[in-house]
Write a protein that binds this ligand. Structure first.
Ligand code: FAD
Length: 490
């Protein structure tokens, strides 16, 4: 549609991008009396790099002193327990262990220990015996380790969805399936063009992840660029969930933290990621070569890992900046434009701390902040049927029989949990999978997907042919014979 034919809407602050950064910023700004709009290209929040990472809340000892990564990683780590408690998001403080295979590597581990101590991180040094006692499945050749008990694991997608749910509850507006295709400035105002509309804003927060340099360039800001770096990860089934307790790191290489063995917050063990510079920002393919490197690296830490237990794999792309550090700054050229760019690892860990600085940065640019008396930091608790006692389950099923119907057999997820996820904002099969794990088990949705399709159709009051896997263009059911439609499908 021609620019001139599009209607114009306004918002005081527009956040472009609903990843962990954009959603954390949305919640943070919802503490104030502001008119805030979040725009996201995908059907739901958290589907960019936020859904494809290791889910580690890093300890804060890895990053180079003096960098924004170091500053925000440590403070983000410290904010996680309260944030996840307020939002009822699964967060395991299971610790991080960086292991040394040789006395020479142990010297490097000691340097990280010193770095952590200087920063105030809770770090400990472990002897060979202490490592073996705490993690009996690690390679016995490991000579010692650094242990950071406050490192943890979170489900990044669950957190992004919870941040957004809480932001909406506190007044933030949103537009999903909406891509910013052009942007410009006229005087103090900033304009964002989407396929349907023009949005006029006083302030714009650029949280567009891999595309943050493209958005900056639309405004004429051409002073940083994103260099995509891919990471492949491999997930094991639940039979090896207790192989290790903490996330196990090797001594890092020059550009990445190395291949890790990761107990995820969802319970599965995972190994990865690779760290390969790629041309395409959307290069999400996995490869035999990537698998070989990951498996070899992971077996150096946990030799008994068995590749036959792998049930899924994915790749995510880090939005590394040409500065080698996060970019958290007001544009020097466009007043009221704030760049949150180059947020590669540890961006998930850093997100709450970066978001906490955003109101102050926008105030510096002229935004008036008035605290909202009605701000509620808590979202309603989520029922996780599996984690209830037998008595609690019985009582719940009596009250609401949909919790007595198991839809996903692999992960034991009930209809009640799926319906709740839809009422909280899930709109797609992937949205359900990421929120409640229905379809994330060994059969990868083979059994439950048709049932979830019907539940989505019923709850959203749309035909099954309109239910999508991941937004427009990914419809799963093409055609339903008319005579079957009323009786068997809806
Ligand atoms: C393999 C891998 C492992 C990692 N492991 C960890 C880890 O364990 N711990 C950790 O702390 N960090 C980790 N990270 C880093 C972490 O995942 C990122 O720092 C974080 O997800 C970045 O979030 P974001 O919101 O900036 O980007 P994204 O999640 O990519 O969000 C940006 C959003 O902007 C939207 N968007 C882009 N352009 C437009 C547009 N024009 N219009 C509308 N919307 C737009 C996108 O659709 C997207 O949803 C890892 C990264 C990778 C790749």
């Amino acid at each position: 549609m021609d620019k001139a034919k599009k209607s114009t809407i306004t918002a005081q602050v527009v956040i472009v991008g609903g990843g962990i950064i954009g959603t954390a910023v949305a919640r943070e700004l919802s503490r104030y009396e502001l008119d805030v709009l979040l725009i996201e290209a995908e059907a739901e929040v958290g589907w960019g790099t936020t859904k494809a990472n290791s889910g580690i809340v890093h300890g804060g000892f890895h990053e180079e002193p003096g960098t924004l990564k170091a500053k925000y990683c440590f403070s983000g780590n410290q904010m996680y327990p309260k944030l996840c408690e307020e939002l009822d998001v699964c967060f395991e403080q299971n610790g991080i262990m960086m292991v040394a295979r040789t006395p020479h590597e142990m010297e490097t581990v000691r340097l990280y220990y010193k770095r952590g101590k200087e920063r105030g991180v809770n770090v400990q040094l472990f002897s060979q015996e202490e490592v073996a006692r705490q993690e009996p499945n690690l390679d016995p050749k490991i000579v010692g380790a650094l242990f950071a008990p406050e490192g943890g694991a979170v489900m990044p997608f669950e957190l992004a969805a919870a941040l957004m749910e809480n932001a909406i509850q506190n007044g933030v507006k949103y537009k999903m399936n909406t891509t910013v295709i052009d942007a410009w400035r006229e005087g103090d105002k900033k304009y964002l063009e989407t396929p349907e509309q023009i949005i006029r804003a006083d302030y714009v927060v650029n949280a567009a992840g891999l595309f943050s340099d493209d958005l900056a360039r639309m405004f004429g800001d051409d002073y940083f660029s994103i260099r995509p770096r891919k990471g492949e990860e491999y997930i094991f089934d639940l039979s090896v969930k207790d192989f290790v307790k903490s996330t196990i790191f090797p001594v890092p290489g020059k550009i990445s933290k190395g291949i890790l063995v990761i107990p995820t917050a969802a319970g599965n063990l995972m190994m990865g990621p690779t760290g390969d510079n790629v041309e395409e920002k959307e290069d999400l393919g996995t490869s035999q070569d990537g698998f070989n490197r990951v498996f070899e690296g992971a077996k150096r830490l946990v030799p008994s890992l068995d590749a036959r237990k792998i049930i899924a794999q994915f790749a995510g792309v880090r939005a590394a900046s040409d500065r080698g550090d996060f970019i958290v700054e007001l544009s020097p050229n466009v007043p009221g434009l704030l760049h949150l760019a180059g947020i590669e690892s540890p961006g998930l860990t850093a997100a709450p701390a970066i978001a906490a600085d955003v109101p102050g940065l926008l105030e510096e640019a002229g935004l008036q902040l008035e605290e909202k008396q009605s701000f509620n930091p808590r979202r309603a608790g989520v029922v996780r049927f599996n984690s209830l006692s037998r008595e609690e389950q019985d009582a719940l099923v009596k009250k609401n029989p949909s919790f007595g119907r198991i839809i996903c057999r692999c992960e034991s997820i009930t209809e009640g949990e799926i319906v709740d996820a839809i009422h909280r904002g899930a709109r797609t099969l992937d949205g359900i999978k990421f929120r409640v794990r229905a379809g994330a088990g060994r059969c990868q949705g083979g059994f439950c997907q048709p049932l979830i399709t019907q539940i989505l159709s019923r709850e959203l009051d749309i035909p099954v042919t309109a239910v999508t896997k991941a937004g427009p263009g990914s419809e799963q059911v093409r055609y339903v014979a008319k005579e079957l439609y009323d009786e068997e499908v809806r």
